[in-house]
Design a protein around this ligand. Structure first.
Ligand code: SAM
Length: 253
């Protein structure tokens, strides 16, 4: 299952660049947010059909209405580099600089849905990247804490989220492996880079009854998106959801 691999993003960018420029010139994609609504709605339809097509893996043939509403609302074109605006509503990962990517919309929606976030929940995201996933989380959660290890990306995403009016998102630059202990415990934790194991600090910062979604595996092996649930007694259950390809979780750990 393709998602946020940078090389994949670059290949896609090359493959679609000429077509994108053509569409951009012919259709004169407008710069006003509201005028991207039709493209975004089409993207959401594709996400819904991918959700149905992968239901045997994920166990869910439909997304919750709140997640669908968030995907309809968040303007992905605000989070991609200006040169890639024409590709913003393709169901594809895209490069965002520094060798990183904004994740594929289907994966963003699926990961959000798997966490079963309720209004008022506290959510931690590891890997702010462009800030797009944080914005989607902010639409369904009470508060979102997001950590990015690459300083320019983290700062840029923080400023963008603030300028878009997301008052319930806090960002910080640092190594997300260690979580955000001062803001813990969290109802849900999402890791958007592939780790070799579930970081113990994140398990500690998850509430009993909480859920974590995390891609596990290395760059050179099959990675699986995993759903980790913490029972009331603190023990864990894990479920393999589907094969994915993410950029690696880096840092000094
Ligand atoms: N969620 C992002 C978005 O919506 O654009 C996409 C995330 S991208 C696939 C993965 C991100 O994780 C990259 O920006 C990368 O720099 C970041 N990352 C990798 N290791 C990290 C770590 N240890 N702590 C925090 N962020 C990390």
């Amino acid at each position: 299952m393709n998602n946020c691999n940078d090389r994949t993003g670059t290949r896609i960018m090359k493959r679609h660049f000429a077509l994108g420029i053509f569409l951009f010139c012919c259709c004169a994609l407008p710069s006003q947010g509201g005028e991207f609504d039709a493209a975004r709605h089409k993207m959401v339809e594709t996400v819904l059909s991918d959700t149905a097509a992968t239901s045997s893996y994920s166990g869910s043939s439909a997304l919750s209405p709140r997640v669908v509403a968030a995907m309809e609302k968040v303007e992905r074109h605000r989070f991609v580099p200006t040169a890639l605006t024409a590709f913003a509503y393709f169901n594809r990962p895209l490069p965002i600089g520094h060798g990183q990517t904004i994740s594929q919309p289907f994966i963003v929606a699926l990961m959000t849905d798997l966490m079963k976030i309720e209004e008022g929940d506290r959510v931690l995201e590891i890997g702010t990247g462009s800030g797009y996933q944080a914005a989607v989380l902010a639409e369904v959660a009470g508060s979102v804490y997001s950590i990015e290890i690459i300083e320019p990306l983290g700062k840029q995403a923080g400023k963008l989220l603030e300028s878009l009016g997301y008052r319930n998102v806090e960002t910080r630059v640092g190594d997300g492996y260690y979580g955000w202990p001062e803001a813990a415990p969290f109802d849900a934790i999402m890791v958007t880079a592939a780790a070799s194991h579930v970081p113990p600090p994140l398990i500690r910062q998850l509430k009993p009854g909480g859920r974590m979604v995390i891609p596990l595996g290395t760059q050179f092996m099959t990675q699986y998106l995993m759903l980790v649930e913490k029972r009331q007694d603190g023990s864990l259950t894990t479920r393999q959801i589907l094969p994915v390809r993410f950029v690696p979780l880096t840092g000094g750990h």
